[in-house]
Design a protein around this ligand. Structure first.
Ligand code: PGA
Length: 251
């Protein structure tokens, strides 16, 4: 199980430091914890948290190695600042920065070339779900965002219905299970069932709903936004993941 914190453009540096202290003091040895930190915080967070067992990731990167791209960062820069992975194709970037799946694929190739793992986000809008196009939208995003030669061991998929992000509305267990099945079959077709990447759920995951989401067999963890800014809530989600992990191992 993987639990990833997506801090987005939060919090202030002094609060980030308080959160880092809490994250470092918590121990969840049976799951993978990831922090996607704002770029200016990557160095201090990797210095403080890598030794506490967290993996640190950037929230985006450019597809070019270097050049005249004011405000952007390269995959190599992320890696050199202590990141071992990068979040790509988040719906906030797709919507607000015009990132197409083709651009996401280019970024994925660039990141993997620098030995970064990639957590690639897909998900439908409310209108697309209402139009019964959710599955096709996600299939199309997966096909176009995952580069042909992307190794499965460097890839994690995060299914985040856009309408569930930051809204408190979580997809129903049936809808999550159905979409994770669809994603798993796309990945199995490409990589074979035994090598398919993990699939996380994201969108209003919190301390109260985490355990029920993790009881869905194909849910391999969570990508957590708002609740990752509260140390106690994030710890509760990690505890739920660790409990679900032990159950799966026992089975
Ligand atoms: P949320 O954000 O948990 O606040 O809904 C999730 C995300 O955008 O990754």
């Amino acid at each position: 199980m993987i639990v990833a914190a997506n801090w987005k453009m939060n919090p202030a540096l002094d609060q980030a430091s308080v959160l880092a202290t809490a994250l470092a003091s918590q121990s969840f040895p049976k799951i993978k914890r990831i922090l996607f930190a704002p770029h200016p915080y990557l160095v201090p967070m990797s210095v403080r948290l890598t030794s506490a067992g967290l993996e640190i990731g950037g929230q985006d990167c450019h597809f070019a190695d270097h050049g005249a791209f004011t405000g952007d960062v390269s995959a190599a820069m992320l890696r050199d600042c202590g990141a071992s992975l990068v979040l790509l194709g988040h719906s906030e970037r797709r919507a607000a920065h015009g990132e197409t799946s083709e651009i996401v694929a280019q970024k994925t190739t660039a990141a993997m070339a620098q030995n970064l793992d990639v957590m690639l986000c897909v998900g439908e809008t409310k209108a697309e779900r209402d139009d019964k196009k959710a599955e096709q939208v996600v299939i199309d995003q997966l096909q176009a965002s995952i580069p042909k030669h992307a190794p499965p061991n460097r890839l994690i998929i995060a299914y985040e219905p856009v309408w569930a992000i930051g809204t408190g509305a979580v997809a129903s267990p049936d809808d999550v299970a159905a979409m994770h099945n669809v994603i798993a079959s796309v990945l199995a077709e490409r990589y074979g069932a035994n090598h398919a990447p993990s699939i996380l759920y994201g969108g209003s995951v919190n301390a109260d709903n985490a355990a029920s989401l993790f009881s869905i067999p194909l849910v391999g963890g969570a990508l957590v936004g708002g609740a990752s800014l509260e140390a106690g809530a994030f710890a509760a989600i990690c505890a739920a993941a660790q409990a679900a992990n032990s159950l799966r191992v026992d089975l």
